[in-house]
Design a protein around this ligand. Structure first.
Ligand code: NAP
Length: 456
């Protein structure tokens, strides 16, 4: 069976790739299992020592990798370059800090000695999405490998070129063979693989439907899982917010990656005293966005990654319009390519799909509230709990509100973004577990208690 990558700007096929046969798949996974026995025997310091070279390869070939992402999923090229840089950062970060995060932890008891070791778990499967085709993979794989595991990658089927390029980054940088292996396989083959003894854990970044299906398989096999799923992050503007700064950041937070980000601001909740001013500032920055060829440096918004996403967004927007919302359209989009004209939705409310569901594209719904309590209620009135942004000059008020919001990350007077130094993940339907920081490196480990009695 074949998969194809399609350039979403030209709508042309970039390349076709053969999927692995069942026999070839099993062979690759067995090799990764054998590689695990050597790799896990290295010290954490030795494992970490391979990663500065990975960072160098990424930086040296930044332009080529950025081009590949843009070609396969339409990411504006400036953002693609920044994504490669961020991958290099996560390599440097864990090369420096990974070994200390994995140090044994002594816990005094009545025993002669008692401590916790963080031993590797085995072969970990990463099932990854197309929206940050390099970053999602690196943020999962780097700490997981430094913890002594080997990684398998099942990438989204529209970015096979990125999947193979990532495997090549690791081998080019001198990592021993089969510590990281890309598998070109279907989603169906993923659940079959999880239901064997060949993999020891699974990390999924993707949709909730994929989470339910992979979770059912992993649950049946009692396997460790980390899930980074969807989000519908609120972006809350309080009455004393710096309106200009909030609006400029809001536009960035909604339209980065053409709106296809899990932690994009997806619902703008605005106190009524400042609603007109905020919407006016937002509208100005919104109309200044440049839509077009993602390979051009000046482009802010490119095509969506896949054709079917245009229909999905069209239906979500039509639902809001049919229920009385007013739509303000942004810049015109080219006639070809998987484009969706950016839109602001005024008068949005619960009961509309743009508010109740995750909107994975350039649509910005505005909800006006009369009190902080109403803002918190609305912010939490979602099955998701990934991130939230709060804007106020009164930091104690904003921090108090942060404690009431059900989300894995809160940004005050900033947009929600991931950072290798800070844990990242969601609650409710947004996921299980954490990525990045010292927390991530302990997701796929055996937290092993050792109690020693006797001796001298
Ligand atoms: P997706 O359709 O769930 O795909 C993600 C990955 O899962 C792909 O590799 C896909 O393979 C695979 N997959 C899909 N269904 C599967 C199944 N039933 N069994 C096994 N594998 C399956 O998600 P997407 O459209 O690529 O990504 C968008 C979603 O990801 C959004 O909901 C977004 O919020 C979420 N996301 C979350 C985070 C986070 O950190 N929380 C970050 C980025 C994205 P195929 O391509 O072959 O179907």
């Amino acid at each position: 069976m074949k998969i194809q990558s399609v350039n979403p700007y030209t709508e042309q096929i970039v390349e076709s790739y053969m999927l692995l046969s069942d026999v070839a798949l099993e062979e690759k996974v067995q090799v990764a299992r054998r590689a695990f026995s050597t790799w896990s025997g290295f010290s954490a310091e030795k494992r970490a020592s391979f990663f500065p070279a990975v960072a160098s390869t990424l930086r040296a070939r930044k332009e080529a990798y950025a081009y590949l992402m843009t070609q396969e999923m339409g990411k504006p090229i400036r953002e693609a370059r920044a994504e490669v840089e961020k991958c290099a950062w996560v390599c440097d970060y864990y090369a420096q800090h990974g070994p200390s995060f994995l140090q044994e932890e002594v816990i005094p008891t009545e025993a002669t000695k008692s401590y916790v070791r963080f031993d590797s778990l085995g072969v970990i499967l990463g099932v990854m999405p197309w929206n940050f085709p390099f970053w999602q993979v690196f943020r999962f794989a780097v700490p997981t490998m430094i913890a002594g595991n080997t990684c398998l990658l099942k990438h989204a089927s529209n970015v096979p070129g990125c999947a193979l390029a990532i495997e090549d980054v690791f081998s080019k940088s001198g990592l021993p063979p089969s510590i990281f292996t890309t598998l070109l396989i279907s989603a169906k083959a993923v659940t079959r693989l999880i239901e064997t003894d060949l993999v020891d854990g699974v990390s999924l970044t993707g949709s909730n439907i994929a989470g339910e299906q992979i979770g059912a398989s992993a649950g049946k096999m009692i396997k460790k899982q980390v899930f980074e799923l969807g989000g519908s992050d609120p972006f809350i503007i309080l009455e004393d917010a710096h309106i200009e700064a909030a609006a400029t950041t809001a536009v960035k937070a909604r339209f980065l990656n053409t709106g296809q980000s899990c932690i994009a601001a997806k619902r703008f909740i605005v106190m009524e005293q400042v609603a007109d001013a905020f919407i006016a500032s937002f509208t100005k920055a919104f109309h200044a966005l440049k839509v077009g060829n993602p390979k051009e440096d000046t482009t802010d918004i490119g095509p969506l990654a896949r054709k079917e996403f245009v229909q999905e967004l069209t239906a979500q927007l039509a639902d809001a319009q049919s229920k009385g919302a007013k739509v303000i359209y942004g810049p015109e989009v080219p006639a070809t390519g998987f484009f969706f004209q950016p839109a602001m939705v005024l008068g949005a409310r619960q009961g509309m799909r743009v508010v109740d569901e995750e909107v994975f594209g350039p649509i910005a719904p505005f909800l006006i509230v009369k009190s902080h309590q109403e803002a918190v209620q609305l912010a939490n009135a979602t099955p998701f709990g990934l991130g939230a942004s709060i804007w106020s000059r009164n930091l104690p008020v904003a921090e108090q509100m942060a404690s009431q919001i059900q989300a894995g990350s809160i940004a005050i007077n900033d947009l929600v973004k991931s950072d290798p130094r800070l844990p990242f993940g969601g609650i409710k339907k947004s996921g299980i577990g954490r990525e990045l920081s010292s927390y991530a490196i302990k997701e796929f480990v055996n937290v092993k208690t050792v109690v020693v009695q006797g001796g001298v």
